[in-house]
Design a protein around this ligand. Sequence first.
Ligand code: HEM
Length: 382
Amino acid sequence: MLPPGPKSPIPLQTIEWIVRPTHFLRRAQQRYGEPFTIRTAWSDAPMVLTSDPDEIKRAYAAPPDVLQGGDAADFLEPFVGRNSILVLHGDEHLRQRRLVLPPFHGEALKRWTATIQQLTHEHLDTWPTNKPFKALPKMQELTLEIIQRVIFGSKDPELKAALRSALDLTQSTPNLIAMSLVQRNIGPYGRFLAATKRIDELVYKRIDEPSRGDSILDLLRDSGATREELRDQVVTLLAAGHETTATALAWALERLARHPTDLTADPDPFINEVLRTRPVLSITARKTLQPYPLGQYTLPAGVYVAPCIYLANRRGRPIPWGGGTRRCVGAAFAQLELREVLRAVSSRFTLRPTRAEGERMRRRSITLAPSRGAEIIADPLA
Ligand code: HEM
């Protein structure tokens, strides 16, 4: 038997999940207690959510033949491809993880610091001053430029435009509802698939170019991956590696404008608080491959156990990067980006909000973003 949860039909729960995600989660928790079960068109089976720190620890530590990651990302497959680390399972998933993890960790990270600083300052030169602007699109542009440089070793304005035009289709609420409930090759979803084709052309062009020697693409090439595998890895890293970081940065700027803080020295406490109170992703999910005990229930095989980032963070033991063998591959890299961009902003501007009240958390594609796109005014420091 599954834990209780909202009884409304799947399309209605899907709409709530898209339109009022945080309200939906808080209300279900209040009404049904934990764990509770939700059903949306975003996953092929019911999802059982928990924010209990011990249950979360146990779920992240469960071996992949008990709880399997990847399935909940199936809906991303038309975009990221079937060889993407996001959708693979078992040994194949671990093999891909071992491939992409090293360049985003430890010592290897240091070589990106100067690149991030340089691109950030170039970008800050273009900020409008003393008048309102939306920080979210600006941050999307910057983080996409950074991750492109890291993956390819150079900028690629055409690919940047193609990626943004695909992802922008997933940002409006009506489009998201249409794409979630009618996945035919027409309307916004059809346009999304067409935009993905254009991305493929441009990515394959880069894959077929001779190696430059020091980019992540070169490193992946050396692993003996096929062209299709390379395409899927690159598109996954481009997408997973910029939309999330851009949204976290937009939240950081939205907060910073309302709570001025000097971030030039140690931005980490500020960053951690932003990631805790404004999580970019709301849940992580694993599929049960065998009966799984959760609280007083024994879940059947074939449903999802979902540690809920949004609710867990509110309880005070934050899980911004998920955990276990599916923990965010880019966590250290994203932290480096957040740190360097916020330091640079803080060294050049003071920020003001356009309205006193904070922005609400609104769904944009799979992220929870500031409802007005983080509207701020930047005054240059003398
Ligand atoms: C603030 C920025 C970011 C946040 C909040 C974030 C958060 C997350 C979360 C919660 C997961 C799921 C973990 C789980 O299921 O346990 C994840 C997975 C992942 N993230 Fe991130 N991420 C961020 C930035 C990045 C960056 C910069 C990259 C790449 C350079 C990246 C690449 C990935 C990949 C490839 C996965 C899938 C890992 C797997 O399934 O093995 N992320 N991320």
